[in-house]
Write a protein that binds this ligand. Structure first.
Ligand code: PMV
Length: 321
């Protein structure tokens, strides 16, 4: 059995996080410079079925039988056995590496699921189609993250900018001209499930108010979609700023995320907002490409643990959501 490597990118949410859980549209894009990679090789001398995993998230030299039964790795193996119609996997060694920040709102958990589903299905000679990979990653997200919308697993599986509505087929976004985004990590790990749960409690306490906020966010997303297809960065920027204000009203921003967004704007960014679940994680700033270094430096001076630069663009590819 030849060794296999597979990978999956990170992601950002351009607009629409949280409201997307309540049926509003959202826009997300892959960050292909950040990746989870898996490398799988046969272990012919190991006991039958033994799977040894090297991962930054696990103690050294872990085998799957040492993991609790509800560990995501077991869930992935079970879902894959069902999808592939096999009873067990052969003995193997899996190495997982990641350049994605954990708990940083960049889709690290979905990227691990996608890369593993891809790699393991290829390893046994039964490569899964993207649609099946996406379904498995969504099952894992549901199991571990409460009520996910499915946007993370979808954008990461197809590695394309998407317009996404929960429960519907994602649509590829048309982007007229490439846009430059700076991503700044607040350095604070946050649980998306907890943030989504907190918004749910507030929504249950005052549904009318929160539904107005969700629907205003949905309108921004629809406007942004038109602008991406036919407009300019200058037209898109105020929508990002407005989305950040609405996320503040949903209660998911923090002083450090607000500080980063303000610092980006003060130092030449056209627009800025938190991206993802909030409570920590990252902000994104829309910039002219000539201002990238200046904005990154300002973000780092204002508490960013790290910054990355990514380009939002339509990517012709074989993938079709
Ligand atoms: O994984 P994060 O932190 O980027 O958040 C995903 C976006 C949410 O809308 C907050 C949750 C979801 O499932 O859509």
């Amino acid at each position: 059995m030849p060794a296999i490597s597979a990978s999956a990118p990170g992601k950002i949410i351009l607009l629409g996080e949280h409201a997307v859980v309540y049926g509003q549209p959202a826009i997300a894009a892959p960050v292909t410079s950040l990746r989870v990679k898996v490398y799988i090789q046969a272990a012919p001398t190991a006991p039958a079925g033994q799977v040894r995993i090297e991962s930054p998230a696990l103690p050294p030299d872990t085998t799957t039988d040492q993991l609790p039964p509800d560990h995501p790795i077991h869930q992935i193996f079970n879902l894959l056995c069902d999808a592939l119609g096999i009873a067990t996997f052969p003995a193997m060694r899996i190495k997982i590496t990641s350049t994605l920040p954990k708990g940083g709102g960049m889709g690290s958990s979905a990227a691990v699921s996608v890369a593993l589903a891809r790699g393991l299905s290829q390893f046994v000679g039964l490569p899964l189609a993207d649609e099946q990979v996406n379904r498995i990653a969504f099952e894992i997200e549901k199991h571990f993250h409460g009520t996910p919308s499915g946007i993370d697993n979808t954008v990461i599986t197809y590695a394309q900018p998407i317009y996404f509505v929960r429960g519907q087929q994602a649509q590829l976004l048309s982007i007229r001209q490439p846009l430059t985004l700076v991503i700044a990590d607040s350095g604070v790990e946050a649980s998306t499930a907890e943030m989504v749960g907190a918004v749910r409690q507030r929504w249950q306490a005052d549904p009318a108010h929160y539904e107005r906020l969700f629907s205003t966010i949905g309108t921004l997303v629809q406007q942004a979609r038109q602008i991406l297809a036919a407009g300019s960065a200058e037209q898109l920027a105020p929508l990002l700023n407005e989305n950040h204000r609405l996320l503040q009203q949903l209660g998911v921003s923090t002083p450090s995320l607000d500080r980063l967004a303000s610092a980006a704007l003060q130092h030449g960014a056209l627009g800025a907002k938190l991206s993802g679940g909030g409570g920590g994680g990252n902000i994104i700033a829309l910039v002219h490409s000539g201002d990238v270094q200046h904005v990154c430096a300002a973000l780092e001076q204002n508490g960013a643990a790290r910054t990355w630069i990514t380009t939002l663009q339509s990517t012709p590819s074989k993938f079709t959501p």
